[in-house]
Design a binder for this molecule. Structure first.
Ligand code: PEP
Length: 253
C-alpha cells in the first residue's frame, strides 16, 4: 500500500513574528520543486500561528501546532485547546515530543489524552516516540518505543488510530547532528509497523504514516525517505530555513 509522504517542520521556540512570516512565505514561494504528492506542514510557536495561517492559506502547506491541552475549555491557565487550534486554521498538532516528555513531564497517559482530544477536534496528531542514547546502548530501543506506542496510542479505537501520524525520533539524534543511519531508522520503523499490525490490524498498519525525526537534512533525506517503512520526516533545525526544508520536501516523492 502506498502512503502519502508527509514532511512536517517543528520550529520549536524560535523566531520572531516577522521571521515566522518570512519563513512561511519562503516555503510557500519555493514549492515549485516539491511534488504535489507530498503532504507538508509547518508548526510555528502558538503566538505566531495566526500570522502564519494567513501566509499558507490555500497552499500545499498545512498549519500545525506544537502542543495542545486535552481539556475542552475552562480554568487551565496558559493552556490551548484543540478547538482553539482548529479555530485559527490548524490541521495538525505535534504531541509527546521528547522535549516535552523530558522537560515538561509529559507522560504516555497525557499523550494519550491529548491525542484523543486532537482527534475529536478533527486535527491530525503527530505523536512522537523515541529512545535515549542510554536506552539504545542497553539494547532497549524496541522495548522503549513499543511501550511508548502502547501507552500513548494503545487505547485508541481503530477509527481513531487510522488518523494518527507516528513520528519515530531517537532522542540522541534530535538537534545533535547525529542522524540515525537509514538501516537503524528502518529497523525501528519496521518494528513499530509490526506492533501496529498486531495491535490494530493490517489495514491500520498499512495506512499509518511513520515519520523519522532526528537531524534530517537535505543531504540525508533521500536515503532515509527511501526506506520502505519511513513515510516522511519531522524536521527541527532544518525547518528553520526555507531552502533546507524545501530541500527535504523535494527529496520525498
Ligand atoms: C525534532 O525536534 O523534532 C527534530 C527532529 O529536530 P532536529 O531535526 O533538529 O534534530
Amino acid at each position: 500500500m502506498s502512503r502519502k509522504p508527509f514532511i512536517a517542520g517543528n520550529w520549536k521556540m524560535n523566531l520572531t513574528r516577522a521571521e515566522s512570516v518570512a519563513l512561511a512565505q519562503g516555503v510557500v514561494n519555493g514549492l515549485g520543486g516539491v511534488s504535489s504528492g507530498v503532504e507538508l506542514a509547518i508548526c510555528p510557536p502558538f503566538v505566531y500561528l495566526d500570522a502564519v495561517a494567513a501566509v499558507v492559506k490555500g497552499s500545499q502547506v498545512g498549519l500545525g501546532a506544537q502542543n495542545l491541552y486535552f481539556e475542552g475549555n475552562g480554568a487551565f491557565t496558559g493552556e490551548v485547546s484543540a478547538a482553539m487550534l482548529t479555530d485559527i486554521g490548524c490541521r495538525y498538532v505535534i504531541i509527546g515530543h521528547s522535549e516535552r516528555r523530558a522537560l515538561l513531564g509529559e507522560t504516555d497517559s497525557v499523550v494519550f489524552k491529548k491525542t484523543r482530544a486532537a482527534l475529536a477536534a478533527g486535527l491530525t496528531p503527530i505523536v512522537c516516540v523515541g529512545e535515549t542514547l542510554e536506552q539504545r546502548e542497553q539494547g532497549k530501543t524496541s522495548e522503549v518505543v513499543r511501550s511508548q506506542f502502547l501507552g500513548s496510542l494503545g487505547e485508541l479505537t481503530a477509527e481513531e488510530a487510522a488518523r494518527v501520524v507516528l513520528a519515530y525520533e531517537p532522542v540522541w539524534a534530535i538537534g545533535t547532528g547525529k542522524v540515525a543511519t537509514p538501516q537503524q531508522a528502518e529497523e525501528v520503523h519496521a518494528d513499530l509497523r509490526q506492533l501496529i499490525t498486531s495491535h490494530f490490524g493490517q489495514a491500520i498498519a498499512d495506512g499509518m504514516r511513520i515519520q523519522y525525526g532526528g537531524s534530517v537534512k537535505p543531504d540525508n533525506a533521500k536515503e532515509l525517505l527511501g526506506q520502505p517503512n519511513i513515510d516522511g520526516a519531522l524536521v527541527g533545525g532544518a525547518s528553520l530555513k526555507a531552502e533546507s526544508f524545501l530541500g527535504i520536501a523535494a527529496a520525498a516523492v
